[in-house]
Design a binder for this molecule. Structure first.
Ligand SMILES: Cc1cc2nc3c(=O)[nH]c(=O)nc-3n(C[C@H](O)[C@H](O)[C@H](O)COP(=O)(O)OP(=O)(O)OC[C@H]3O[C@@H](n4cnc5c(N)ncnc54)[C@H](O)[C@@H]3O)c2cc1C
Length: 231
């Protein structure tokens, strides 16, 4: 497990294939396969990535369990191709508050972690704002959550269905949600290219770095080649 932010994490649940799957998927064109990854195979992986021969990278997949604030899940959900709720070979499954009343947790930035508006960009953040504003911001967020949770508990105690009572859950953007994400190697690399970039929001960047760690560990040559050569 790789811990992310104050309460979140990324777990690599499973993988299919290895760097060698990319090589053998490409070499099937010549009816050839190899059992160990040789220097020439590594060169082939880099050649494929550099020349946009991307289909061999779709024969390997990664499956993750992620626990993250809803705002991060919404950004992640936009990765449709090869990693999706629309793709019959891949999937996105999320825990449902219609059925379960699992512990309700919220992402609460540290008092020193509140960021200013950026000066030159329309999106993103500037520097950290310092303790004075940060302390007040954390307190305001906590009291908002406390108030909303009182109403949620009241709704449950008074017999309102969980699926409707959840309307009272406050701070929806910071509500921690859990899901499984399965994606092809190409899909993972596309996500990493966009979400480890400085333009991406700090919070999803932190998750992308955790995913990148696992991806480089399991598919060192293929992921490096995709990150260097595709955008
Ligand atoms: C910094 C940043 C800010 C963002 N801000 C916003 C925002 O304000 N609002 C918002 O709604 N989204 C926003 N997004 C999300 C963005 O628009 C994409 O939906 C998201 O990054 C997923 O990328 P994608 O569409 O390339 O991924 P996928 O949907 O997985 O597509 C992968 C690739 O497949 C190809 N492809 C997909 N669909 C088609 C198609 N129909 N025709 C041809 N080729 C296709 C493209 O090459 C595409 O890059 C933002 C993303 C970033 C990184």
């Amino acid at each position: 497990m790789k811990k992310v932010l104050d309460k979140g994490y990324v777990i690599l649940v499973d993988t299919m294939g290895s760097d060698l799957s990319v090589v053998n998927s490409a070499r099937v064109s010549f009816n050839k396969a190899t059992e160990t990854l040789r220097d020439e195979d590594q060169k082939l992986i880099r050649y494929l990535a550099k020349n946009d021969h991307t289909s061999p990278f779709r024969h390997a997949t990664m499956q993750f369990e992620i626990y993250a604030p809803l705002m991060v899940a919404r950004q992640w959900w936009k990765y449709i191709i090869g990693s999706s709720h629309q793709d019959p070979f891949a999937a996105w499954n999320e825990s449902s508050r219609r059925y379960v009343t699992e512990a309700i947790e919220f992402y609460i930035p540290e008092e020193t972690a509140w960021r200013s508006k950026p000066e030159n960009m329309k999106q993103g953040s500037g520097n950290n704002l310092g303790m004075l504003i940060g302390k007040e911001a954390s307190q305001k967020l906590l009291s908002q959550i406390e108030e909303g949770m009182k109403n949620y508990d009241w709704a449950i105690e008074n017999g309102i269905a969980t699926e409707q009572a959840r309307l009272f859950i406050p701070s929806a953007y910071g509500l921690m949600v859990r899901w499984y994400w399965t994606a092809s190697l190409q899909g993972v690399a596309h996500f990493l290219n966009q979400r480890t970039d400085a333009h991406a929001q700090f919070e999803i960047r932190a998750y992308a770095e955790a995913v990148k760690g696992y991806a480089l560990d399991k598919f060192p040559i293929a992921i490096e080649a995709l990150l260097e050569n595709t955008k």
